[in-house]
Design a protein around this ligand. Structure first.
Ligand code: SF4
Ligand code: SF4
Length: 423
């Protein structure tokens, strides 16, 4: 084992007087003794690169898509400052027909093979603007579920402004997992997510989501900009409102160096809070801090990430006209069309190969590669024009978070890890 730990990029660190080594090539954390540490430090000047250790091959391109994001409408009633879809229209304003939506469901089921489960996400624009298609898809997918024995799960990302009692009841009755886009308190949110015409949307969202929030049926996702970079305060606000959990992600093109510094400090405070909740045995509360929980889960799993996310590998987005893209963010960028209804998925295998972490020379030099997976494909293209080159601010921030989280994980007892990540 000691031989395997002697790698140029092995990360050595101590927590509470105990020594640890994180081995990037295996995505594995080891507790070592002081002698091992000294031996590793002495020997690794001559170490060969970590790829001398055999690692699993990337996932086979033939894996079926088991998750479809349906762009049921490419229109929106808000005008969010950071929208990558141009006010939700993706250069192709309009609504998906029932026919296209049901054909997409059939595409998913017909290619699922022996999979036990598939999933469908309603997205837009604002998906509640095309409610008849949502109802039709749920009905048809349930029929296909009964016919094939393949279970189907539903989720939706929406802005919450168009929820009413009937829609809320339908979503609960059909176990649609709903994620509300909300960026924090009124001042933070309204600066980021105005209605068309400029008025804020926070008050409307808080009012329209109240029944589902009180029933603990909603999660929240915040986008971070200079308006809300002290994101820990906004996470508090959203948890107090009754959202089950909160995830956040920066709009990289809007962030200034000062805003990043503020976000990094807020992230540190959230990590401290997470560690305190674990120490106090409040695991369910800790899990509500979704970003931190997800990164720790990657450390815990020991799985090596072959891709940053499932875009193109096990999921795709279908635009309103039935064209396939790796995910919702790519919709409208014709360079990334993977196929379409009636044509198949002719370019998906090439995308899977090109977007793999192993295809990214830049990431191959990074100790965090098998925890990170190489950065959001779309952010890479938006920042640097290529899948292969990540956004530098994202990398700096991700490595700093992972560096701290490895220590948090190392400090946990085996019982705490099991309670936090039940098998
Ligand atoms: S995207 Fe950045 S942090 Fe992630 S593996 Fe690549 S270089 Fe490392
Ligand atoms: S490519 Fe980026 S935006 Fe698309 S699913 Fe992956 S992480 Fe999300």
């Amino acid at each position: 084992m000691l031989d395997q730990l002697v790698q140029p990029d092995t990360r050595l660190f101590a927590v509470e007087g105990r020594d640890f080594a994180y081995l990037p090539a295996r995505n594995a954390l080891f507790e070592i003794d002081a002698e091992d540490r000294i031996a590793i430090e002495a020997a690794r000047g001559n170490a060969r690169p970590a790829d001398a250790i055999p690692v699993p091959a990337p996932a086979a391109p033939a894996r079926p898509v088991l998750s479809l994001t349906l762009m049921v409408v490419q229109e929106c009633n808000l005008a969010c400052l950071y929208c990558y879809g141009g006010e939700g229209e993706y250069k192709n304003r309009g609504r998906m027909s029932v026919e296209t939506a049901l054909a997409s469901v059939d595409h998913l089921f017909d290619r699922a093979g022996n999979a036990p489960e598939v999933s469908i996400t309603f997205f837009g624009g604002e998906p509640l603007l095309n409610w008849p298609v949502v109802e039709a898809v749920v009905g048809h997918a349930r029929a296909r579920e009964a016919e094939t024995g393949i279970r189907v799960g539903f989720s939706m990302t929406c802005n919450g402004t168009l929820l009413d009692a009937a829609k809320s009841d339908f979503l609960v009755a059909n176990r649609v997992s709903v994620l509300i886009s909300i960026d924090g308190d009124a001042a933070a949110h309204d600066g980021n997510r105005p209605q068309k015409g400029g008025r804020g949307s926070h008050a409307q969202i808080v009012s329209k989501t109240e029944p589902l929030r009180n029933a603990r049926k909603l999660s929240a996702r915040a986008t971070v900009t200079p308006n809300n970079a002290a994101i820990d305060r906004q996470v508090d606000h959203l948890l107090k409102l009754g959202f089950r959990g909160v995830a956040f992600s920066p709009a990289l093109d809007m962030m200034t160096p000062e805003a990043f510094a503020e976000l990094d400090a807020a992230y540190d405070r959230l990590i401290d809070r997470f560690a305190g909740l674990v120490e106090a045995g409040q695991f369910a509360q800790a899990a509500r801090l979704r970003n931190i929980y997800a990164l720790l889960e990657r450390i815990h799993s020991g799985r090596r990430k072959t891709h940053f996310c499932g875009a193109g590998t096990n999921m795709m987005a279908v635009d309103k006209d039935g064209e396939f893209y790796p995910c919702h963010r790519f919709v409208g960028d014709k360079r990334f069309v993977l196929g379409g209804l009636g044509r198949g998925e002719e370019k998906r295998a090439a995308f899977i190969a090109e977007s793999a972490i192993d295809a990214r020379d830049h990431c191959g030099q990074c100790w965090a590669r098998n925890l990170c997976g190489g950065g959001c494909h779309h952010e890479n293209v938006a920042s640097n024009g290529t899948l292969a080159l990540p956004n530098a601010d994202y990398c700096r921030s991700t490595r700093s978070q992972l560096d701290r989280l490895l220590k948090v994980y190392a400090a946990m007892t085996p019982a705490q890890r099991e309670d936090l990540f039940p098998a």
